[in-house]
Design a protein around this ligand. Sequence first.
Ligand SMILES: [Zn+2]
Length: 79
Amino acid sequence: MEKAVSCPFVYANGHRCSGVVYQVRAYGPDRGNGHIDLADVRKFRLWCSDKNDHAGAVSDYVSKQRMEFYPDELVRLGI
Ligand SMILES: [Zn+2]
């Protein structure tokens, strides 16, 4: 990534995570060679420098979704 993007995760107490996003993975149809066209991306998964995927001690379906965002959500967050 070209610039540090602050982690969009918001804790239950309303405070936003102070980490920065260090890894992004895009999910969508594979056009071959593992390439996913940006226009085809259905979801992004983010990793943060502070808490990685924010899954915490519990690794269930809900916690996995904590760091998954739809493309329009990221635009709204300014990422
Ligand atoms: Zn975070």
